[in-house]
Design a protein around this ligand. Sequence first.
Ligand code: NDP
Length: 271
Amino acid sequence: MSRVAVVTGSNKGIGLEIVRGLCKQFNGIVYLTARNEKLGQEAVQKLKSEGLNPSFHQLDITNEQSIQALKQHLQDKHGGLDVLVNNAGFAYKGADTTPFGIQAEDSVGINFFGTMAVSKALLPIIRPHGRVVNVSSQVSQMSMKKCSAEHQARFRDRSIKEEELVKLLNKFIETAKAGKHKENGFADSAYGMSKVGVTVLTFIQAREMEKDSREDILVNCLCPGWCKTDMAGAKAPRTAAEGADTAIFLALIKPKESQGQFFYNRKPIAF
Ligand code: NDP
């Protein structure tokens, strides 16, 4: 059976570049996924015009029905999955006047809860030697430093469980809505807190995989660097393709190469 890779949020930006790179380097079928079917199909056609051959499936990471439809498709058509790149993400622009509580709910809702929901559905069908790559951000390190010592200790605790992480991020949203997130020990960045969630979730998933009976499933996360995309704008120094490099690298790492690390420029860095 062919090996299969899935990249979330890959109709544009870094995700599209991850698909482009995997189409060239991954020995198997690569799924470009998008919440908007038309944008996804257009991206697939673009890559096909370059001689590449991605497959397509719709996926909105905040919609459980959409996640389950992809899971079913992967099981029915391929009997499982080998590489999952959780790339889909969202950030409010700095000048956006949406109330901070809503920004917190939306950012954490997509970046953290969306990534967690996709992982919960798809990690159980990952085959031995699978790779899971979560696209986080170094903004998570910056936001960690702005959290209270107590929260930092919880986020850094290598025995923290998913339930506690969920509780902490829900508390961030709840206190953000009341304008009290800073006095409750959270950073003043909705995007930053959502990516703290993605980074800590990666460490939790990696520890779970170490206990799993399936052999050699490696889970890591990364920061792509500041890249020219619709999210980050034209001033960013890196191209989206440069940002995709470490994600592609992690999708293809050898057995035992790295488990539960945060990468930047293909190298593990401290959280
Ligand atoms: P883009 O805004 O260019 O692309 C984001 C992608 O995520 C789009 O395909 C978007 O789809 C998709 N997406 C958003 N919400 C959902 C959802 N609910 N379900 C499925 N897909 C969704 O951003 P980037 O390419 O810059 O970002 C990619 C990742 O890299 C993100 O996780 C981001 O946080 C991270 N990152 C980016 C940095 C940068 O400098 N660019 C720096 C650090 C991290 P649609 O087109 O429909 O909106």
